[in-house]
Ligand binder design. Structure first.
Ligand code: GLN
Length: 572
C-alpha cells in the first residue's frame, strides 16, 4: 500500500483554538492503532520561516524535532499521541514555501514565466505534502488558521487540487467547527457550522466529515440538520465534546466509530486493536492511588499555559507513571523578585524552572532555585533552569558574587557564555544549538540511575553554554557535572549529591516524553516530589496518604484555596 498514500486534510472553521491539533493527533492515534504507517503534517499560513523567533505569548511553545527543526506546538501533540518521529519536512509555513519559490525564480528556473500563487505556490505546497507522505500508508495534514482567512487560501487551494490529482477515493476532508449551546434559549446552534462549510464550498472543498466542538453530545436531530445543510452523511457528523483530559479525545472519537468510518471511506482494510491502553491512562489520571503532588513551574510566560505545553504534559506523564494526581502551580518569576514573595513557593513539593530567554524574570528564577536548594525541595532545571542553577551556586557557594550569563548582562563573571564560534554569528533565526545531541552520563550519578543508561540523546534549543573555565571551581564546591557531551566538551547535566533531587539539564527532555513512554527525568522528579510531600506532610487534607501519616498540615489560607489544576478542557 505504501507506494500510494491516502490523505486526510483537517481544516478549521468559525474560530481558532478549537483544537485542530489535538483532533489531528487523535485521528493519528486511532489510525496508527489499526496498524497503518502514518505521518502527520502541519501547514502554517504565516510568513515566518518557523516559529523559532516568535514570542511564546503569540504562538505558545516552540516544539523541537529530533533533526532540530523549530516547529509549531501541534507537532508535540502529534508525537505524544502516536509513535511517529517527525522531521523538519512535517512543519511547513507559508514563509518556507514563498522562500523556495522566490529562490527558484532568482535561479531562473521559471525563466520567461510569470510566477504566481496558482500554480507555483500551490505546486510547492503539494510537492511538500507528497514528500512527507512518501513511504507511508496515510498522511494526516492539518491546515493552520481558520477558513475565511486570506492567508490560508493558497493552502486550501492546494488541497482542493490535491484531491483531483490523487483521486477522490484517496482523500478525506475533515472540518472542525463549533456548535455552541446558547444558554438563554437553551439551544444548540448550527448556523456557525453552516456558514463555515459554505465558506469552504466557495473555494471548492466539500468536507466529508464534520467534527463539531460542543459541550454536550449532539442529539440525532441536530446531526440530521447539520447533515442536511452541509451535504454530509449524518453518520459523518461527529461530536468533539469538551473533555477534562486531552487523553480522552481519542476515546470520544473511537466510541463514535470515527476510525472505522475513515477506513471505509478510504478503502483501508486494517482492523482496530481496541483502545484499552488509552482507557487505562484516563482511569489513572481520573482516580490515582497516590494522592496529589503540587509542583511549581517558575517562568515568565505563565499567563499562557501553552508556552509550557510539553513540560506540563511531560509532568502529567510522570504523574501517570507514579499513579498520582498532578497539580501545577504556574508562578510568575518576576513576582518572585520583590521582598516577601517567597510565600509564593510555600508548600510546593517540587520546583521546576523550564526553558526561557532574555533577562526579564531571571533574578526571580534564581531566588526560586535558591529556595529549592536550601530547603531540599526537589528541583528540576531545564535549559535556562540549569544555567541559572549554576549562577545561583557560583554566587552563593563559590563566592563568585558577580556570576552571570552573557545573555542577561554585559559585565560580570560569565559562568554561562557563548562559545567562541557563536560570537561571530550575526543572524538570530535558526542560530541555536538545535536538535539531538549525545550526552554521556557519569557512572553512579543520580541521573545515570534515573535513566538506567550510560548514554542518551536529547533535544536542544539554546545559544549559551556552561563556561568550562569555571567547571573546576564549581565541582570543587560540590556541584556534579553528571552529563557531558564529550565531542564538544560541553556540560549537559548537573546534580547536587547533597540534595535529595537537584537536577539540571541543558537539553529539553519534555520533547521526548509520551503518555505511554514517560520520560525518566520527569518520572524521577515527580517521584522525588511525592517523597518530599510525604516527608513534610504537605498533602491536601483528605488525600489517602494524609491519613495517620501526616506530621504537619499547614492551615495557611493558600492551602485551603482550591488549586489551579492543569485540567483545562481538552481540545483548547
Ligand atoms: N536562553 C538560554 C540560551 O539561549 C536558554 C534557552 C532555553 O532555555 N531553551 O542558552
Amino acid at each position: 500500500m505504501s507506494g500510494n498514500a491516502k490523505y486526510i486534510f483537517v481544516t478549521g472553521g468559525v474560530l481558532s483554538s478549537l483544537g485542530k491539533g489535538l483532533t489531528s493527533a487523535s485521528i493519528g492515534a486511532l489510525m496508527e492503532n489499526r496498524g497503518l504507517k502514518i505521518t502527520l503534517m502541519k501547514m502554517d499560513p504565516y510568513l515566518n520561516i518557523d516559529p523559532g523567533t516568535m514570542n511564546p505569548f503569540q504562538h505558545g511553545e516552540v516544539f523541537v524535532t529530533e533533526d532540530g527543526a523549530e516547529t509549531d506546538l501541534d507537532l508535540g501533540h502529534y508525537e505524544r499521541f502516536t509513535n511517529v518521529s517527525l522531521k523538519r519536512e512535517n512543519s511547513v509555513t507559508a514563509g518556507q514555501v514563498y522562500e523556495t519559490v522566490i529562490a527558484k525564480e532568482r535561479r531562473g528556473e521559471y525563466l520567461g514565466g510569470t510566477v504566481q500563487v496558482i500554480p507555483h505556490i500551490t505546486d510547492e505546497i503539494k510537492a511538500r505534502i507528497r514528500k512527507a507522505a512518501k513511504g507511508k500508508d496515510l498522511a494526516i495534514v492539518e491546515i493552520g488558521g481558520t477558513v475565511g482567512d486570506i492567508e490560508s487560501l493558497p493552502f486550501l487551494e492546494a488541497i482542493r487540487q490535491f484531491r483531483i490529482d490523487v483521486g477522490p477515493e484517496n482523500v478525506i476532508f475533515i472540518h472542525l467547527t463549533l456548535v455552541p449551546f446558547l444558554g438563554v434559549s437553551g439551544e444548540l446552534k448550527t448556523k456557525p457550522t453552516q456558514h463555515s462549510v459554505q465558506k469552504l464550498r466557495e473555494i471548492g472543498i466539500q468536507p466529508d466529515f464534520l467534527m463539531c466542538r460542543t459541550d454536550r453530545i449532539l442529539p440525532p436531530d441536530i446531526r440530521a440538520k447539520i447533515a442536511l445543510f452541509c451535504s454530509i452523511k449524518a453518520d459523518n457528523v461527529i461530536t468533539a465534546k469538551d473533555v477534562d483530559n486531552i487523553y480522552e479525545v481519542p476515546l470520544v472519537f473511537y466510541e463514535q466509530g470515527l476510525d472505522e468510518k475513515i477506513c471505509k471511506h478510504l478503502g483501508l482494510k486494517k482492523r482496530s486493536r481496541g483502545l484499552s491502553k488509552w482507557t487505562k491512562i484516563v482511569q489513572t489520571m481520573t482516580s490515582p492511588r497516590n494522592g496529589e503532588v503540587r509542583i511549581g513551574i517558575v517562568g515568565k510566560y505563565v499567563d499562557l499555559a501553552d508556552s509550557y505545553k510539553s513540560v506540563s504534559e511531560a509532568l502529567n506523564h510522570g504523574s501517570i507513571a507514579n499513579n498520582c494526581r498532578l497539580s501545577i502551580e504556574y508562578i510568575d518569576s518576576e513576582k518572585l523578585e520583590s521582598a516577601g514573595s517567597g510565600a509564593l513557593l510555600e508548600g510546593l513539593s517540587g520546583i521546576l524552572v523550564p526553558g526561557g530567554f532574555g533577562a526579564r524574570g531571571v533574578e526571580g528564577k534564581i531566588r526560586a532555585i535558591h529556595y529549592a536548594r536550601k530547603n531540599k525541595i526537589p528541583y528540576f532545571g531545564i535549559c535556562i533552569g540549569l544555567q541559572l542553577a549554576i549562577i545561583e551556586y557560583a554566587r552563593d557557594v563559590c563566592g563568585l558574587t558577580k556570576a552571570t550569563s552573557r545573555e542577561v548582562s554585559k559585565t560580570g563573571e560569565f559562568v554561562i557564555d557563548l562559545m567562541e564560534d557563536q560570537k561571530k554569528i550575526q543572524r538570530i533565526g535558526g542560530s541555536m544549538r538545535l536538535g539531538s545531541y549525545e550526552c554521556r552520563l557519569e557512572p553512579n550519578s543520580l541521573v545515570a540511575k534515573v535513566y538506567s543508561k550510560k548514554k542518551v540523546f536529547e533535544r536542544h534549543r539554546h545559544r549559551y553554554e556552561v563556561n568550562n573555565h569555571y567547571r573546576q571551581i564549581l565541582s570543587g564546591a560540590g556541584l556534579r557535572f553528571s552529563g557531558v557531551n564529550s565531542e564538544l566538551d560541553l556540560v549537559e547535566m548537573i546534580e547536587l549529591p547533597t540534595h535529595p533531587w537537584f537536577v539540571g539539564c541543558q537539553f529539553h527532555p519534555e520533547f521526548k516524553s509520551k503518555p505511554f513512554d514517560p520520560h525518566p527525568l520527569f518520572v524521577g522528579f515527580v517521584k522525588a516530589s511525592m517523597l518530599h510531600r510525604d516527608l513534610v506532610g504537605e498533602t491536601k487534607p483528605g488525600d489517602k496518604k494524609t491519613k495517620g501519616k501526616r506530621s504537619k498540615v499547614s492551615a495557611s489560607p493558600s492551602r485551603l484555596r482550591p488549586r489551579s489544576r492543569e485540567r483545562r478542557p481538552a481540545l483548547h
